[in-house]
Ligand binder design. Structure first.
Ligand code: MN
Ligand code: MN
Length: 226
């Protein structure tokens, strides 16, 4: 979902499973998104240059390595937000890596939503892209082949709300785990709205750094992060 006023995404959502991962190299193909309607302002690949902000991926480059084509899609500037180096190269990246490790399980697909909260303008970014105070992620782990509307109350859910600044430095991502309810309060979005109210309420109240697929054993150490 693109926000023309903020010249960046409201949110980006994707599925991550083993088939998305391969041996394609990082393309670094940052570029304007030519699929946007022509009347909208264009954000080019150099929009953050010398601003001090990283070009932070919402859907990570590393989640799309099956082919050079799918990898290049993650470098469209509609998938990029100004991200503090301490976050982009710290807990945000660490969570990306942990999620990819989980997605290599043949029985599991992850559904992920990522976006930003509380934007302000930064004079260092003359391109008109505001900088968010927090970046969030909401993830649900489902059996491979299931669709998002098949989620059950006992499926693994994870949500994080991370500060987009130097405060992120030195923290494990687990320090920023919250409930989906907290991300709903911060963003105004209603996640999992296609699910029955009871399932939705149970999933959204879960709090803690766990993302346990429904068929995994409780002692599966590959999924225990805290
Ligand atoms: Mn990144
Ligand atoms: Mn909801």
């Amino acid at each position: 979902s693109y926000n023309a006023g903020r010249r960046s995404a409201n949110w980006v959502s994707w599925r991550l499973e083993a088939a998305d991962l391969g041996s394609a190299a990082r393309t670094n193909a940052f570029r304007a998104d030519s699929d946007l309607p022509a009347e909208l302002p264009v954000v080019g690949p150099d929009a953050y240059a010398r601003s001090g902000w990283d070009r932070g991926h919402l859907c990570p480059s590393g989640d799309r390595t099956r082919s050079a084509r799918t990898n290049a899609l993650t470098f469209l500037m509609t998938n990029i937000v100004p991200q503090a180096p301490a976050l982009n190269r710290g807990p945000w990246r660490d969570l990306e890596e942990d999620l990819r490790a989980t997605s290599r399980r043949e029985d599991t697909a992850l559904y992920v939503v990522a976006g930003t909260v509380s934007s302000r303008n930064d004079p260092a970014l003359p391109s008109g892209v505001p900088v968010a105070a927090f970046h969030y992620k909401v993830i649900v782990a489902l059996p491979r082949g299931a669709g998002p509307s098949d989620a059950r109350a006992d499926d693994g859910v994870l949500a994080v709300l991370m500060p987009n600044g130097d405060e992120a430095q030195g923290h494990p991502w687990t320090d920023f785990a919250v409930a989906v309810d907290d991300v709903e309060a911060a963003t105004g979005y209603d996640f999992f709205s296609a699910l029955p109210p009871g399932v939705q309420a149970r999933l959204e109240a879960q709090r803690g750094a766990a993302l346990r697929p429904r068929f995994s054993r409780a002692d599966d150490s590959s999924l225990r992060w805290q």
